[in-house]
Each structure stands twice: as C-alpha cells, then as structure tokens.
Design a protein around this ligand. Sequence first.
Ligand SMILES: C[C@@](CO)(OP(=O)(O)O)[C@H](O)COP(=O)(O)OP(=O)(O)OC[C@H]1O[C@@H](n2ccc(N)nc2=O)[C@H](O)[C@@H]1O
Ligand SMILES: Nc1ncnc2c1ncn2[C@@H]1O[C@H](COP(=O)(O)OP(=O)(O)O)[C@@H](O)[C@H]1O
Length: 275
Amino acid sequence: MLVFPNAKLNLGLHITARRPDGFHTLETAMVPLPWTDALEVLPAPEAAETSLTLTGRPVPGEPATNLCVRAYELLRADFPQVPAVRLHLHKVVPIGAGLGGGSADAAFALRALNTVLALNLSDDALEAYARRLGSDCAFFIRNQPALALGRGDELSALPLPQLAGAACKVIYPNLHISTAEAYAGVTPRPPQHALGTALAAPINTWRDTVVNDFEASLAPKFPVLAQLKEQLYAAGAAYASLSGSGSAVFGLWPGQSAPPKLALKADYEVWDGVL
Ligand SMILES: C[C@@](CO)(OP(=O)(O)O)[C@H](O)COP(=O)(O)OP(=O)(O)OC[C@H]1O[C@@H](n2ccc(N)nc2=O)[C@H](O)[C@@H]1O
Ligand SMILES: Nc1ncnc2c1ncn2[C@@H]1O[C@H](COP(=O)(O)OP(=O)(O)O)[C@@H](O)[C@H]1O
C-alpha cells in the first residue's frame, strides 16, 4: 500500500502553561499542507523481519527509532500475531521545520498498517496510538483542519472555508530548529485573542490577531524568520507566519491561483501551491 503523508501548518499558536511532566499546554489551529512524503507498506516476504529502507532527504537516527518503525512496534505490542512488514519511506518534507513531517509519517504508517494488517481499528483508536508517538501525531489520523488543545492532541474539527483554495508559499530557510529547544525558550502566557474567534474573521485581519508565540522567542537567535515574514507581506500576502516551532515560514494569498515568485537564497526550499 502506498500513502503520501502530508505536512501541516499552524495558524496561531498560544503556549499557555508548562505542565508538571515538562510538556506545555497550547492552543493552535492545524491545517493539512499538501507537501508530502511517500510511504510504502507491504507484507514482508516469508521468514523476513520487519525492515525500513529510506530514500530522499536524509532522516537522522537509526531505522529502529524512525517513527514509521515505532508505529509498527506499537501495534505489534498489542497484536503480537501480526506478520512482519517491509516499509519504504521516501522523505521529502523538511525536518525540524515545524511542518510535522515526522508526525505525519507516524500517523500515516498507523493508518496504512491498520489496512494492510486488517486490524479494523477505528479513527479514535488510531488517534490513541498516534498520541503515544508524539503530540502532533493524532492530528494526521483524521487529517482535517482542527483546533488543538492540551498537549496538541485534543482535537476538534475547525472548518476554515475562507482558507479553501488560497494560494500558499512555504519557505524553509535551511535551518533545523529542535521542537524541545524552541519550547524551552518560551514563557507561557494567557492568549490576547481567542484563536477560534480570530480565525473566523477574514484572513486579512489575522495579521493583527493571530499570533504564534514561538516567533518572539526565536527572533533574537534567528533574525531570518522575521525577515522572511516581512518579505511575504511585502509580496502582498494577506497573512504570514512561522509554522509551529519553525523554521518554515508561510504566506497566504486568498483568491489567487498561485503565490508570487520571490527572490530567495539558493539553499532555501520553497513549496508553492494551493490549500
Ligand atoms: C510545536 C508543534 C506545534 O504543532 O509542532 P512542530 O513545530 O514540532 O511541528 C508541536 O507542539 C510539537 O509536537 P511534536 O513534534 O509531536 O512534539 P513531541 O514529539 O510530542 O515532543 C517533542 C518535545 O517538544 C516539547 N513539547 C511538545 C509538545 C508540547 N505540547 N509541549 C512540549 O513542551 C517537549 O519538550 C517534548 O519533549
Ligand atoms: N519519519 C521521520 N521523518 C522525520 N523525522 C523523523 C522521522 N522519524 C523520526 N524522526 C525524528 O523526529 C524529529 C522531528 O521531525 P519532524 O516532525 O519532521 O519536525 P517538526 O517537529 O519540526 O515538525 C526529527 O529530528 C527526527 O529525528
């Protein structure tokens, strides 16, 4: 079975408290971004062990620590009779970019394994497994615009009709930002605007109301993030922001079929498309 794990964008991200377990409570909206990896899940040949092969962008870590293999091991712990599988991941989405690519691989692996191994797990059950692999993973099970609370895994559908068909540009400035380090640099605070209300208003009002709390804390160390945001606004974006804990920055042009071309450094990666 071949699946295409897609990235996500965060629209606003409020870090509201630090929890006793070291995680933070947040309020964010997540939307699917059609920038994808490719993941193949096949039954392994007889007597072969479970394996993962990789092509494309290098993924740090041993195959056993890869989230696709961890997804399989998590299911096998509860269903010891399942056969071995052969996994192949072609990695495209930048890593450490705030685009959730690793989380998407984990969730899509769970979904594909559910089918290939005929486990018949419900979406709720798959979300429960996904949560155990990472805070962001549960979002990718239903993979639809959602408001995320708690650790980022308490999800409710958040239709954003004004976003459908908007042109979008995502810029990855070739900078790996660790999610854990980014959280460590933020001082939690109550949000100034309720996110659900702010996002219900037209996109061109979001600039004044929809805030990603990581931006202020990352700004001194990574001035390029604010520069890219300015460049997107100068090119007419109705809204521009850092996604998640960065380093990807995106702009939105509702009502346009494609985003404008921008002059950017040669080693930056760019995704242009429509949401
Ligand atoms: C910031 C966000 C916003 O969507 O996305 P990314 O920028 O990573 O894409 C997420 O909260 C990232 O979720 P995810 O990448 O799944 O994080 P996890 O693997 O669960 O945790 C990695 C580390 O981030 C910190 N962490 C994560 C989630 C959370 N609610 N509070 C935290 O403090 C913890 O230090 C944890 O050890
Ligand atoms: N399949 C995978 N793809 C990407 N990263 C993975 C994968 N499996 C494990 N990881 C680990 O997860 C970390 C976070 O990856 P990712 O979710 O892409 O970034 P972000 O949290 O910025 O959205 C990486 O540093 C990597 O070590």
